[in-house]
Design a binder for this molecule. Structure first.
Ligand code: PEP
Length: 257
C-alpha cells in the first residue's frame, strides 16, 4: 500500500527576489501543466526567501495553482523583541504550509542547536505549519560515528520538543552531500532513512511513523532521483541547487515518467 504521497521540495536558499520568484513560479507551473503533472501523485512545494512569500502566495491563490510553498526557517518565538525574526503566526497568515527547520546551513552559519531546532519545529506546529526537520551528519561525524548515529540523535532531540501527534516531515541531508555534487548512494541514504523510520516508530508509534514522510536531500538531480525514490524509506527529496533550474526541477518532479 502506498501510504505516503511522494513529496518534492525545492529549497531556493538565498536566490530569486520577489519579482524573479513570480516569473519562476509561473514558468514552473506552465512546465508542470504541459507535462500534465498530477499533484495528487507527487506533491510539490517551493521554499523561497521570506521577502518572496507574499508574491508567491498571491500568484498561487490567484491562479489556483496546486503548487505548495513554505518558508526556509521560522522563529521559535511568536512575537516580541526579536529583531530580524519572522513569526510562525505571520507565516500562517500567508498560507505557508511548511517551514524548513534545522537546515545544515542554519546549523553551520547561525549556530542552531538541536534544542533551537526543536523550539522552531514546535513554533511551526503551534501555527499549523508542518515543520520539515532537517538532520544529517558531516563528513567528520561519518568518519567518527558511522552513518546513522548523528542524524538519529538529532531527530531524537528535536522530537523531544514536539507532541507525538504533530504532523511533521523529516529530511535526511548528509552535510557532505549538500551542494557538493556528490550525492549519497541510494543504499547509503536508505540505510539512514530506515534508521530514522525506526526512531519514529519508537518515539511516535507505528501508525504515525508509517504516515510520516522522510525525504533525502543532497545533490539530487533528474539523473539520480528515480533511484532514491525506489527505496522503501525515502518518500521524496529536498532539492537545493537543481530546484532553481525550471526544466531540471520539472524533470525531478516527474521522476515517475
Ligand atoms: C539543500 O540545500 O537542502 C540541498 C539538498 O542542496 P543541494 O540539492 O544543492 O545539494
Amino acid at each position: 500500500v502506498e501510504q505516503r504521497t511522494p513529496f518534492i521540495a525545492g529549497n531556493w536558499k538565498m536566490n530569486l527576489d520577489h519579482l524573479q520568484a513570480i516569473a519562476f513560479v509561473q514558468k514552473l507551473s506552465w512546465s508542470l501543466s504541459d507535462a500534465k503533472h498530477d499533484f495528487s501523485q507527487v506533491e510539490v512545494a517551493v521554499f523561497p526567501p521570506f521577502t518572496d512569500l507574499r508574491s508567491v502566495q498571491t500568484l498561487i491563490s490567484a491562479d489556483k495553482l496546486e503548487l505548495g510553498f513554505g518558508s526556509q526557517d521560522v522563529s521559535q518565538h511568536d512575537s516580541g523583541a526579536y529583531t530580524g525574526e519572522i513569526s510562525g503566526n505571520f507565516l500562517a497568515r500567508l498560507d505557508v504550509q511548511y517551514a524548513i527547520v534545522g537546515h545544515s546551513e542554519r546549523r553551520q552559519f547561525h549556530g542552531e542547536t538541536d534544542a533551537v531546532v526543536g523550539a522552531k519545529a514546535a513554533a511551526a506546529v503551534r501555527h499549523s505549519i508542518v515543520p520539515i526537520i532537517c538532520v544529517g551528519e558531516t563528513a567528520e561525524d561519518l568518519a567518527e560515528h558511522g552513518p546513522s548515529a548523528v542524524p538519529v540523535a538529532q531527530l531524537r532531540e528535536v522530537l523531544s520538543s514536539l507532541s507525538a501527534d504533530a504532523d511533521i516531515v523529516v529530511a535526511y541531508e548528509p552535510v557532505w552531500a549538500i551542494g557538493s555534487g556528490k550525492a549519497a548512494t541510494a543504499e547509503q541514504a536508505e540505510q539512514v532513512c530506515s534508521a530514522l523510520r525506526e526512531t519514529l516508530v519508537e518515539l511516535l508509534g507505528e501508525e504515525r511513523a508509517t504516515a510520516t514522510r522522510i525525504l533525502y536531500g543532497g545533490s539530487v538531480k533528474s539523473e539520480n532521483i528515480a533511484r532514491f525514490m525506489r527505496e522503501p524509506n525515502i518518500d521524496g527529496a529536498l532539492v537545493g541547487g537543481a530546484s532553481l533550474a525550471i526544466e531540471e526541477f520539472s524533470r525531478i518532479i516527474q521522476f515517475k515518467k
